[in-house]
Design a protein around this ligand. Sequence first.
Ligand code: GLA
Length: 391
Amino acid sequence: MNTTAVTSLQDSVYEKFQALFNDTPLIVRSPGRVNLIGEHTDYNNGLVLPAAIDKNIIVAVGKRNDGAIRLHALDQDQSYSSTLATIERSPLLWPDYILGVVQQLQQREYPLHGFNLVFGGDIPQGAGLSSSAALECATAFALNELFALGIQRLDIALIGQAAENEFVGVKCGLMDQFASVFGQEQRLIKLDCADFSYEYIPFNNPDLRIVLFDTQVKHSLASSAYNERREQCEYGLSLIQQHNPEVKSLRNATLAQLDQYVKPVDRVVYNRCYYVVTEIQRLQDGCEDLKQNDFESFGRRMFETHDGLQHLYEVSCDELDILVDLVRDNPAVLGARMMGGGFGGCTINLVSADRVEEVIAAVTNAYTAKTGYAAHVYVANISAGTSVITG
Ligand code: GLA
């Protein structure tokens, strides 16, 4: 974790809380995430390989004596009020991530009181680094601590995901929330979304850096297309299940079943399912590469993932493709691909540590020349998951 960044952010959040509520808060941080490989596999009961990074949402909370909920977003400089008895979607988007968590806690019958909350963060929004999952998890974790609810980490992540699914309306999988809550320094999380079992895989090669190029675009169809992809996967699965009811998710589907039962019915749905089934295998193969320290092979698989996301799953966009194409023949870049839901946000690049500056300069200049946008760049350090900072 970048301690200086957290400290100054924490100070700002703390000072704002003091100024607004004249009280000493409990402070929690929850990080954003990267995902090395295994994209759009989580909601198909597949595997993912994310890690928490050194960018955080910081949430300060304090109890109230009434049933009011008073919220303040530092970055937007906006306040919002609600009550425990009247949880509904707000005209602003950011309160929904918090109120969605409150609603989930209520549905699970946890005893809550009113509370004050201030949050801020340094996870860029819309960049595909899961600032919303971090806010959900920071909120759930903070309320769990504040009201001593006794909720386990897995349930914190599941509550965050349910808030996003049911209140915000994006039918996301568990990857982002799980990575935020379970992250560990210098370790990737190999998460099996079928049963939430997981193992940590060391990722601490001093010769490599994870570089993120942010397209600076977020196309508006992102969440509707995301939900549509999920439906297409479910439809493909249902076509298989008509013949093989024992296949419970695309995780268990074979390419032969896709060829036989999906391809003749719907070519687009076949492409979606084909991508998912091959991506789950690619992740397994990529983990073998990591065990052998074969980062070259791992990097090639990242490019293959991008190709699948671009041509079969069709969740990429011109700006992401340009960023990946700019590094395809660069020997200092072992692998690159779009990351997260798609239609904008970041590419993730595995770059030789001694050539990072050179790669950044070449890519950002060429990207601006081609698109007119200035790509933002982050070098991600793999960091620890959600924690209490003070309280
Ligand atoms: C978003 C979702 C995740 C996952 C990715 C794609 O980040 O929130 O659950 O589906 O997209 O891998």
